[in-house]
Write a protein of this length. Structure first.
Length: 549
């Protein structure tokens, strides 16, 4: 397999650090030095030209001749990593790292391989070691941030992203990357809130906040009403609804909403008429945000509730970075807290907006400014506006595969299939091993009822990124369509946890039935019917609640 672009550039960069044949001839037996050197050099040339299968063959032979030659073993691991064979890469790189603890590429790519295998906790030690060896290594720090985020440690991930920002000499790129990193931090928090806690007041409130920021006031008001139905006593909700109604041109309706004595909506700190309020827990009870925050920051062992309250105070004071850290700490102590997820999402979205504002003010015509605005608009579900911004970024930087990929994804979601195909083809031409581009192209063919064409793309996407779980049900359905029920069942089993409406379990039933596994088929069909019944009941309950309001 031949590949160029993408992370291959990083792999090839490491090859330049150790010249071919370096430290090799002095360690080989007299009978084989020339042959081993030639094979080692041949493997490196194969790597540099993207012929990774050949490189694997060459480095395997060198390692068999000299198992103590660490550089050859490390290069074998890098070749496996480039092919998406992450288990094999981890095996070789782990051995190389043990043989030579100061070999930076071994630790770095071992951590990256563990990340690709969906094992972020195992990725942490080698990535931390890589940073000890080279504290300025941006790739190691970014991979460490990804591992922390995958493990749900938002605060640690944010600290790594901020360190990357401080070390980046290109200010336009630095502000863009930090803004995008904040959006990446927000996405899993928003996803968890909107899936695991989709009927909670906090999920509806976040939807109302985002819709309000887009000036969709009627929609925002509807979301706030759902939040009030879920939790009529939540402080600040009635104020937020009243403000949305007023902006929608219904001031009278807004005034009819009873306003409790609770806190103001997020972003408007309550202050007392008194000139000085002493920092105390009483200040927190009275919603005096600044003295409340000062008091809570002095606590040596704050409770999860204290951390949550600190985040609320800091968010109301517009101190978003400190607020996000407080909410992240609260979430570590209480992972199932929707209020912490709400505060964390709001803080990161506000921080991303601040980065965009700085980028737009300083570099208004840069492609990075258009790209970051597009990402922000997409996260807020303003896809038509996002498309225009991605197209502007693309005109300024046509050789960036990520812009083509992102634009292709939105076009695909908008059912603009042919336009999406053009963008994804460009993305894959520039980076043939990009997992998400491969997944999107596979999804495109699947949507056009061309399962045979979709399968190679989806298989490659999962080879390069086994954690890309959304590709599995698409691949499973494609396997079923081409008459491969065994392979279909494997993919559908791995994605069954995503099923809400029973569709995936029905496909699993079909796969088991075609394989002749009657008992498993019956279980899958029963589960499909149960999920369909539950989802229908949930939908009916929401309709009744809306009618009653």
């Amino acid at each position: 397999m031949r590949r160029t672009g993408g992370r291959d550039g990083l792999l090839l960069g490491w090859l330049l650090l150790v010249p071919a044949g370096c430290r090799l001839s002095a360690q080989l037996p007299p009978a084989t030095p020339d042959l081993a050197i030639r094979r080692f050099q041949h493997g490196r040339l194969a790597m540099q030209s993207g012929q990774f299968d050949q490189a694997v063959t060459d480095f395997q032979q060198v390692v068999r001749w000299r198992p103590d030659l660490v550089e050859a073993r490390a290069d074998l691991g890098l070749a496996y990593e480039a092919l998406g064979e992450y288990s094999l890469a981890a095996r070789e790189l782990r051995r190389a790292a043990l043989q030579k603890p100061d070999l930076l590429p071994a630790h770095l790519f071992l951590g990256i391989s563990y990340l690709r295998l969906g094992a972020p906790d195992k990725a942490l030690p080698p990535l931390e070691q890589a940073l000890k060896l080279d504290p300025a290594n941006a790739e190691a720090r970014r991979a460490l941030a990804a591992a922390e985020l995958a493990g749900g440690r938002y605060g640690e991930a944010a600290r790594q992203f901020r360190a990357l920002f401080r070390a980046n000499p290109d200010q336009a790129d630095a502000w863009f990357m930090l803004g995008r990193d904040y959006l990446q931090l927000a996405k899993p928090a928003i996803l968890t809130l909107s899936t695991r806690f989709r009927e909670s007041a906090w999920s509806y409130r976040l939807a109302g906040d985002v819709l309000g920021e887009r000036h969709l006031w009627n929609d925002a008001a509807a979301a706030y009403r759902k939040a009030l139905a879920a939790d009529p006593e939540q402080p600040g909700l009635r104020e937020a609804l009243g403000a949305a109604l007023a902006q929608a041109g219904e001031p009278a309706a807004g005034r009819r909403e009873p306003l409790p004595k609770g806190p103001a909506k997020s972003g408007e700190p309550v202050t007392s008429n008194a000139t000085t309020i002493a920092p105390s827990r009483h200040a927190c009870d009275r919603r005096e945000e600044r003295p409340c925050a000062v008091f809570l920051q002095t606590l040596k062992q704050p409770s999860p509730r204290d951390r949550l309250r600190l985040g609320q105070a800091l968010l109301a004071m517009h101190e978003y970075e400190a607020a996000s850290d407080a909410f992240a700490a609260a979430l570590v102590a209480s992972p199932d807290n929707p209020e912490a997820l709400y505060g964390l999402s709001r803080s990161y979205l506000q921080l991303a907006d601040e980065c965009f504002d700085r980028l737009a003010a300083t570099y208004p015509d840069s492609w990075r400014a258009h790209e970051l605005l597009a990402e922000t608009l997409h996260l807020r579900q303003a896809d038509k506006e996002a498309i225009r911004e991605y197209q502007a970024a693309e005109r300024l930087r046509p050789d960036n595969p990520e812009v083509h990929e992102a634009l292709g994804e939105i076009l695909l979601h908008q059912h603009l299939t042919e336009q999406a195909r053009v963008e994804l083809e460009w993305a894959l031409r520039l980076n043939p091993s990009a997992p998400r581009s491969l997944y999107l192209m596979g999804s495109l063919y699947a949507s056009q009822r061309q399962p045979a064409k979709s399968i190679p793309y989806l298989e490659a996407a999962l080879r390069y990124d086994p954690t890309l779980i959304e590709a599995r049900p698409v691949l499973g359905k494609a396997y079923l369509k081409v008459g491969k029920p065994g392979l279909a069942a494997q993919q559908l089993e791995l994605s069954a946890s995503m099923d809400r409406y029973g569709d995936l379990h029905y496909l699993l039933y079909e796969a088991y039935r075609q394989e002749g596994k009657t008992e498993l088929a019956a279980q899958a069909l029963a589960r499909s019917q149960a999920l369909r019944t539950k989802s229908a009941a949930d939908d009916q309950a929401k309709i009744r609640a809306a009618d009653e309001r």
